[in-house]
Design a binder for this molecule. Structure first.
Ligand SMILES: Cc1ncc(COP(=O)(O)O)c(C=O)c1O
Length: 382
């Protein structure tokens, strides 16, 4: 067994969640839309999960719309608000996840004006950044609650109130924040919020868009009245049940997971500080307690990732969706990090099963592998 330090990409499914899902797969044969007993049983299981997910983010159950994950929730948020107008203006954070950015860019190709909300050097979106792009005709503003790469956490409430005062609908991608930080849908001021189960020890392929029903929304999918008409299609029953239980367990363990992650990260960053040429990104921002993104001068992130993998240690060189591509991280670039440093980025995202021994093993491996890479590049005359 190796050491898994890539929990922002995905978390293992909690054993209790897997058991609950298996039970549904074995016994839940009814269609939740059917009125007979087995159908009603399936419906009750979905409604219980809706309550559990709502509780995690302080929302009302009726505000939770289940989707196939964070990507669909982000796409639905954009589509739901904008679909009824052929053109207009939207503003999205420059550091957003690709599922939001590329959906916004697709709108821009179809005639919408797209404004990008910048960040400071620590990856924070301030009200000034938003005010600089907000216009009277901005229909939608989207700023993520926590960044998947750097872990930078945004102060959402002032941004949401600025956007709403200007007449825009405010969406936040809380995929990385939920389960790691206390999240309160109402207090955030957001009218739309995206969630994903597999970032909080639930299954992959299920998530939710939390919606303030005062916002008029247009569905992405047609063909059924499921999810109050906002997401047609027979529900992913086992996935939804798994998401519900994972959300309940995350809420129960929020404080302990937070404390444990913070303690391990402090140990990790104390060790990293001893490595020459080390930069920790977004260090001046409030960050997710489990996340550290760093670079070592002169070391390529992708090469270091491969070396760590040889020691059985799984980290990321950016977000999972962009690793493998040769482009430096758009998040780091937006923060003003130069291209060479950004290419060195390694992201470590800790999880609830990690131990001090895992952190120490990572630090030992880093020291050895960095030295090896430095020797190799000197030998090659780079
Ligand atoms: C911030 C953020 N938003 C959205 C997503 C997409 O979620 P999903 O994998 O459930 O489609 C991710 C996944 O990496 C993410 O980190």
């Amino acid at each position: 067994m190796g050491i898994y330090l890539d929990h922002n990409a995905s978390t293992p499914v909690d054993e209790r969640v897997a058991e609950a899902m298996l039970a549904v797969l074995r016994t839940g044969q009814g269609n939740p839309s059917s009125v007979h007993g087995p159908g009603r049983g399936a419906r009750a299981a979905i409604e219980q999960a809706r309550e559990q997910v709502a509780a995690l983010v302080g929302a009302a159950p009726g505000q939770v719309v289940f989707t196939s994950g964070g990507t669909e929730a982000n796409n639905l948020a954009l589509h739901a608000v904008l679909a009824d107008a052929p053109s207009g203006r939207l503003a999205v954070g420059v550091i957003e996840h690709a599922s939001l950015l590329e959906a916004a860019e697709a709108r821009a190709r179809r005639g919408w004006s797209l404004d990008r909300i910048g960040v400071d050097a620590a990856g924070r979106v301030t009200p000034d950044h938003l005010a600089a792009v907000l216009r009277p005709d901005t229909r939608l503003v989207s700023v993520m609650m926590a960044n998947n790469e750097t872990g930078a956490v945004q102060d959402i409430a002032p941004l949401a109130s600025l956007a709403r005062d200007a007449g825009a609908v405010f969406h936040t991608d809380a995929v990385q924040a939920a389960g790691k930080l206390p999240v309160d849908f109402g207090a955030s001021g957001a009218q739309l919020m995206s969630l994903s189960a597999h970032k909080l020890y639930g299954p992959k392929g299920v998530g939710a868009l939390v919606v303030d029903r005062s916002v008029e929304l247009v569905p992405l999918l047609y063909g059924g009245r499921q999810e109050k008409g906002l997401r047609a299609g027979t529900e992913n029953l086992a996935g939804i049940v798994g998401f519900g239980l994972a959300a309940e367990l995350a809420l129960q363990a929020l404080d302990s997971r937070h404390r444990q992650a913070r303690r391990l990260r402090e140990r990790l960053e104390a060790g990293l500080a001893g490595l020459p040429g080390m930069t920790v990104f977004a260090a001046a921002a409030e960050r997710l307690p489990n996340t550290t993104q760093f670079a070592v001068a002169g070391i390529d992130g992708e090469a270091l990732l491969m070396q760590l993998d040889r020691d059985g240690i799984a980290v990321s060189s950016g977000s999972a969706c962009t690793s493998g591509s040769t482009e430096p991280s758009h998040v780091l670039t937006a923060m003003g990090v130069d291209e060479e440093t950004a290419r060195g980025a390694i992201r470590v995202s800790l999880g609830r099963d990690n131990t001090e021994a895992d952190v120490d093993a990572l630090l030992a491996s880093l020291r050895r592998r960095i030295e090896w890479l430095q020797k190799a590049s000197r030998a090659a005359g780079w």
